[in-house]
Design a protein. Structure first.
Length: 137
């Protein structure tokens, strides 16, 4: 099963992330986000950051999770390549992400993500679980 794929959206980029469960799909969504920014194969998991998200539903939890990833990318000036997500009760999750400080001499510069959007965001709890999101470039 593929982890993620991209689809065309005018001036933006969309992705679908897959997993055998919600945990794996969220982890693959993190990978999809950072593969838009750089090649995650060249990002060492040298530093670890953990955070929790609590939302009102699963789609909002996906949005909040992706927003947190983008927040840590911008504030810590880091790229991430490993994502460990624990889905908790009541639309909450705990995530541990691993990566390293950005070094554009080492890391391939792809596209800058300006924002996560709610536009057409979906979460299908099928087999496999499928997440869909669009990011503003």
């Amino acid at each position: 099963m593929k982890k993620f794929e991209y689809f065309e959206v005018t001036a933006d980029i969309g992705f679908k992330a897959y997993g055998k469960n919600l945990k794996e799909a969220f982890e693959n969504a993190g990978l999809a986000i950072f593969n838009i920014i750089s090649d995650t194969n060249n990002i060492e998991p040298a530093k670890e950051i953990s955070f929790e998200v609590t939302s009102e539903d699963n789609v909002s939890m996906l949005y909040d999770y992706l927003e947190e990833l983008l927040f840590y990318h911008e504030v810590e000036f880091m790229l991430f390549s490993e994502f460990d997500v624990e889905i908790l009760d009541n639309y909450s999750l705990r995530a541990t992400i691993k990566g390293e400080e950005i070094n554009w001499e080492k890391h391939e510069r792809k596209s800058e993500i300006k924002a996560i959007t709610f536009h057409k965001m979906e979460l299908k709890q099928s087999n496999p679980v499928e997440l869909r999101a669009i990011v503003d470039l």
